[in-house]
Design a protein around this ligand. Structure first.
Ligand code: CTP
Length: 402
């Protein structure tokens, strides 16, 4: 959920600030872009250098920092998708509630139109104090979201409520918040992508030129929109950036078949974008095939049909919205429309194997979506990321109409 989110982490001057190095790491690991602002008091607890290395961004402390223009707080506020203030001290809390602005963090807070999450941290009696309670209520009433403090041993030695939520819990809180507000929240998706390799002998295989880019872009777009995604990935050199996606690596069409069928039952959306081999060697040699074992110049390889994964999924279809791909060199729409019927699909994404900029190996694609009622939607030539957005938006519309 935090993948690609732009987060400003505001750190104020409490002992829990030392935990923010770990918090930054966790946020970055989730794929978030993080920029840190420290209040001057916070830099006594954690160094800007540490946070800068971990966030891979410059850290701002003061209006008068060498690289900071006085009005950069406005740009920071515009850049951010969300503001997270952790730990939030009683002092900064009071200033936020009162609208004070005597440091860069407060100026950024007042300029930001995005959601602001705060994770208070203070000592037991401070946290219970009526003024603190009133200020927290003021923040909540004005649209800020409080990540409740946790109970435990406090820096003073007292035991009770007031500890900043643990970094893992802050990340879980943010993930939970965003997963509930996305169009595919609560939906599960299964995608296959990439080529398959069909073994000839222990060192050789029959493969194809699929890169896996299109399917990976679809899986990532589904995840960004809140779906819980399982990706069955054939041998591909592409990286999957979104760490929330569960990846099952496979090599052969048989392994892909098993992985797709065993993960199919409870899914809402299933997209088969993989270039599955249609044929594989009928017999796989256990040892490397040697030239001298062959009498002439010709080597005959007997091929046998692989199982059609998509057809089998079509046969077993229940609640799933089942989407196939059709890669054709000719009669694109006619052949693709036939596959919608023969494989019992809800829709098919047709793309040409010969049109410039479409199909295998490129960073772009040009698709036509054909649904089971033969409604045809044409799209322009676009980057595979943009094509994935078109496909996922089409599916979101379809699910909303259900
Ligand atoms: N497909 C599959 N299992 C196979 C072959 C194809 O699941 N053994 C899926 C592909 O992932 C794609 C769809 O079927 O979503 C169409 O694949 P395509 O290669 O275009 O068509 P085929 O059904 O293989 O038929 P043909 O090659 O004759 O066009």
């Amino acid at each position: 959920m935090l993948y690609n989110k732009k987060i400003i982490l505001g750190i104020t001057g409490g002992i829990a600030a030392y935990k923010c190095a770990h918090l930054v790491r966790l946020l970055v690991k989730q794929g978030a872009q993080v920029k840190v602002i420290l209040t001057p008091a916070a830099s006594a607890f954690v160094t800007p250098q540490t946070l800068s290395v971990l966030s891979k961004n410059e850290v701002v402390v003061d209006f008068f920092d060498a690289n900071f223009n006085w009005n950069n707080h406005v740009h920071l506020a515009e850049w951010a998708d969300l503001l997270l203030i952790a730990p939030l001290t009683a002092n900064t809390l009071a200033k936020m509630a009162g609208g004070a602005c005597d440091n860069v963090l407060l100026a950024t807070y007042l300029s930001a139109k995005t959601k602001c999450f705060v994770a208070p941290a203070m000592d037991l009696d401070m946290y219970k104090h009526p003024s603190v309670k009133r200020n927290l209520e003021t923040l909540t009433k004005t649209g800020n979201i409080v990540i409740p403090a946790e109970s435990g041993e406090l820096a003073s030695g007292l035991v009770g409520e007031g500890r900043m939520a643990e970094p893992e819990n802050i990340v879980a809180f943010l993930n939970d918040h965003f997963s509930k507000s996305l169009p595919l929240s609560g939906k599960t998706a299964l995608v296959n992508a990439g080529p398959t390799y069909e073994a000839i002998d222990p060192v050789r295989f029959i493969g194809n030129r699929s890169s896996g880019k299109m399917g990976i872009a679809i899986a990532e777009t589904l995840a960004i929109n809140g779906a819980n995604v399982v990706l069955v990935l054939g041998p591909s050199n592409e990286k999957v950036k979104n760490s929330s996606i569960k990846i099952i690596n496979v090599e052969s069409s048989e392994q892909m078949y098993d992985a797709m069928l065993s993960n199919y039952a409870n899914k809402d959306i299933v997209i088969c974008s993989a270039a599955v081999a249609d044929y594989k060697p009928a017999i796989v040699s256990e040892t490397k095939i040697k030239k001298k074992s062959n009498s002439g110049d010709l080597l005959n390889l007997e091929l046998i049909k692989t199982k059609d994964i998509l057809s089998e999924l079509g046969k077993q279809k229940q609640q799933q919205l089942l989407v196939g791909f059709a890669l054709e060199t000719n009669n694109l729409i006619e052949y693709a429309a036939e596959k919608v019927k023969s494989k019992n699909l809800d829709l098919i994404i047709a793309n040409s194997a010969i049109e410039k900029g479409a199909g295998f190996g490129t960073d772009t694609n040009k698709i036509t979506i054909i649904d089971k009622h033969n409604k045809i939607s044409n799209f322009e030539l676009k980057s595979k990321q943009e094509v994935a957005i078109d496909i996922v938006n089409y599916l979101i519309d379809l699910l909303n109409k259900k």
